[in-house]
Design a protein around this ligand. Structure first.
Ligand SMILES: Cc1cc2nc3c(=O)[nH]c(=O)nc-3n(C[C@H](O)[C@H](O)[C@H](O)COP(=O)(O)OP(=O)(O)OC[C@H]3O[C@@H](n4cnc5c(N)ncnc54)[C@H](O)[C@@H]3O)c2cc1C
Length: 520
């Protein structure tokens, strides 16, 4: 296995993209090796493998040639968008990274409400452009900095706007895909000459499920070069803000309503969510608790400590709180939605707060989260450098998540906090959002950790949560890992079959398809 790039391969890559866009310089490779944050904490890893080279293609044809050269020299490859997650970094030691930053085009179809996007057009850029046409796109909770193509084809895809703009995996229409063999596969209507990009399904059976499974191929299925994503209405002028980071000043969004809400118990919270979903009135929803809120509200660790010690947010939000945003096409429609919202909260024993309850910062955090999905990273990383998770981390029904999964993750956290292995940021720090006006919810339970601290144990809490979930017959990690070992194996065997079909020579530096675990 080549651990440096063979000279001949380097020359061939240079012929494809030009000298400026291929690098084997150690200083450059080092910058594609390390990532802090969620990744480091979640996996307990401090350093990854350096790639043997980085190539910056600009066209689908260049991607195709790069993939073929990799196969010829027995190098593995992985495409990278904005590299917000550790899975975008090399798992093996002979990996060529395709940094997709030059493939950043957007083409908006405002008549049929979709956008054709390349990898490096971020969700935030896409939103700015489509809002000029009275449209909105989905933004995953990761933030406006992330690639919309990556979340649609290769990673998760959920976020607070999922309630209205669906999860990104379900927004995928037609798609262009360079397979690990170097062939170009066109999915949906794109495969019919002259039909365009409007539909993700066939002629023939849809391959979208195979493309990404439940939570994406993590770069293991080839390179996605263009995808058409569904757009949704945005009523009114584009959202604007001015002022200073990080809090800025948002301009008022006409015909909108935004509030915080809390419930006295998880059962009451679940009941309210079921009814709010069914009512089809919500445009953004997000559950945080005091821990995440303190992270977003403070700009230094000193300030974080002071606020935490004062207990001020914990008093209001210790059992978790929700941000709800509604945006209507008319005054009358907004009036109806507000009435319905207030009735449901009242009848389920909840309480509503104005978003400026803690001043200008808390008002801006709510609005910018609702429109731009902007605050999750700050909330995830303050005050430690890393974040791990207390499992189960699930996409499931509201009842399943609130009455079972959340209780298990809380139990593990209690255990670890007692032993000082993770930070006690207020115990319940569960993030959640409902999808598509339904009974379906995504929850994940953040735990703040500092991997450099000798007592910290970022991976242990995940293992404990996994054990407890399996004992309770609950899938510990999304749907690919069901609540029993036998079912998990069945899923993985299918994943292996698909991997062998798509990537017979195992040229990709994949993860979900298990080749990362099987070795070289
Ligand atoms: C703090 C934080 C919060 C997050 N919250 C959420 C959340 O709420 N909801 C959610 O859905 N996700 C969340 N994520 C994960 C998120 O889905 C991804 O981080 C994000 O969508 C990826 O965008 P990216 O541009 O950084 O992709 P990258 O990190 O660059 O890539 C992600 C994966 O996709 C692959 N990939 C990228 N481009 C291509 C391509 N063109 N072809 C083939 N494979 C490709 C990469 O190899 C990698 O495996 C979160 C991540 C972080 C760090």
């Amino acid at each position: 296995m080549a651990r440096i790039m063979p000279r001949e391969a380097y020359e061939e890559f240079k012929n494809v993209v030009g000298e400026e866009y291929v690098s084997i310089e150690p200083e450059v490779l080092e910058t594609y090796t390390y990532q802090n944050g969620l990744a480091q904490g979640g996996f307990g890893v401090k350093w990854m493998n350096s790639p043997v080279g980085v190539i910056v293609p600009s066209t689908t044809e260049e991607v195709q040639s790069i993939v073929r050269i990799c196969a010829k020299y027995k190098l593995k490859f992985k495409a990278q968008a904005t590299a917000w997650m550790i899975i975008a970094f090399p798992f093996h030691r002979n990996v060529v990274i395709l940094d997709m930053r030059r493939m950043n085009k957007l083409e908006i179809n405002d008549l049929d409400h979709f956008v054709i996007t390349e990898t490096y057009a971020t969700a935030g850029e896409t939103q700015v452009e489509v809002m000029k046409h009275g449209l909105n796109c989905h933004l995953v909770g990761a933030g406006p900095n992330a690639s919309n193509l990556a979340s649609a084809t290769s990673v998760q895809g959920t976020g607070g706007t999922s309630v209205r703009t669906s999860m990104n995996e379900r927004n995928v229409l037609a798609l262009e895909w360079v397979l690990p063999t170097g062939e170009i596969l066109k999915l949906g209507s794109l495969n019919t000459p002259g039909a365009g990009w409007f539909c993700g399904d066939g002629p023939g059976p849809s391959l979208r499920g195979m493309m990404r499974g439940a939570i994406g191929g993590f770069g293991g299925n080839g390179v996605f070069t263009r995808v058409a994503l569904k757009l949704y209405p945005w009523y009114g002028p584009p959202y604007k803000c001015k002022g200073e980071p990080p809090y800025f000043d948002s301009e008022e969004v006409p015909n909108s309503y935004i509030k915080y809400a809390v419930w006295p118990s998880h059962d009451a919270e679940a009941e309210a969510l079921l009814r709010l979903g069914e009512s089809e009135i919500i445009d953004y929803n997000n559950r945080w608790a005091a821990g995440a809120f303190t992270g977003a509200m403070t700009i230094s660790n000193e300030e974080y400590r002071e606020i935490k010690e004062s207990g001020i947010y914990r008093e209001k939000f210790s059992n978790g709180y929700w941000t709800f945003f509604m945006h209507a096409p008319s005054d009358r429609a907004l009036e109806y939605r507000i009435k319905a919202f207030e009735k449901i909260v009242r009848e389920t024993g909840g309480e509503i707060f104005p978003t400026d309850i803690f001043g200008k910062r808390s008002e801006e955090i709510a609005m910018q989260n609702a429109v731009r999905a902007i605050w999750i990273a700050k909330a995830a990383y303050m005050p430690t450098s890393a974040n791990t998770g207390s499992l189960p981390m699930a996409y499931e029904t509201i009842d399943q998540c609130f009455k079972h999964a959340l209780q298990i993750s809380l139990e593990s956290k209690r255990d670890f906090v007692k032993q000082d292995k993770i930070l006690n940021e207020g115990l319940d720090n569960c993030y959640a959002c409902i999808d598509e006006d339904g009974h379906y919810i995504h929850i994940e339970h953040a735990c703040l950790t500092e991997t450099w601290e000798p007592e910290s144990e970022p991976t242990g809490i995940a293992a404990l949560g996994m054990q407890k979930s399996l004992e309770a017959g609950i899938g510990p990690f999304y749907m690919p890992f069901p609540g029993s070992v036998t079912d998990t194996v069945i899923y993985q065997l299918y994943a292996m079959k698909i991997m062998k079909l798509l990537d017979p020579d195992r040229v990709t530096d994949g993860f979900s398809s298990m080749n990362a675990f099987i070795g070289d």
